[in-house]
Ligand binder design. Sequence first.
Ligand code: NI
Ligand code: MN
Length: 226
Amino acid sequence: MNITFYGHGCIAITLSDGKEILIDPYISPNPLASHIDEKKLSPDFILLTHGHEDHVADAEAIAKRSGATIVANYEVATWFENKGCTVHPMNHGGKWGFPFGTVKYVNAVHSSTLPDGSPGGNPGGFVIEADGKTVYISGDTALTLDMKLIGEAYDLDLAIMCIGDNFTMGYEDAAIAADFVQCQEVLGIHFDTFGYIKVDTQKAQAHFLAQGKNLHILSIGEHLSI
Ligand code: NI
Ligand code: MN
């Protein structure tokens, strides 16, 4: 499994059979990702954690061009269905077997209004089982005890978690979240994009290391194999 960071909360998971899952595409409006051409992405599925603009900005265009199915909570999925996209709606606690593996939509503590002000349901995260690996994507969330349920149910290989603070967990809470989900390998996302979420990544990595945990920080466009 190959994981590429496209800036902010956007991640692509490429499986050994070449199938690609894109999460929370926010590339064209992100000045830090100006070297990434979202028009070259051709995912099979697009997973959206919630309705906020900084997670869904490029979803419609990429979905229509690639034919990818958008997987999101019922409200967000229906909003994209009304725009002519192919969707698969989910809701909290539900798991579904897709051709590439399973996806469970799990709890997040945040908000989810869509870009035009439509209600975006409640925000979530995903647990993906594919290629013999299990990955948790927190979405935008506060630290929450619900994360312990994920640690009890799954043996995670990687936890992809927000570390930017202000709108979501900061890195100190993300380190506690790593304990809750029982995964010491964390990929940090949702930082540096805006002034509110600038992070001293070296300090964050040292904080994790002091607890025997590993905080992976990727440059935009860089990837990690697990
Ligand atoms: Ni958000
Ligand atoms: Mn966000």
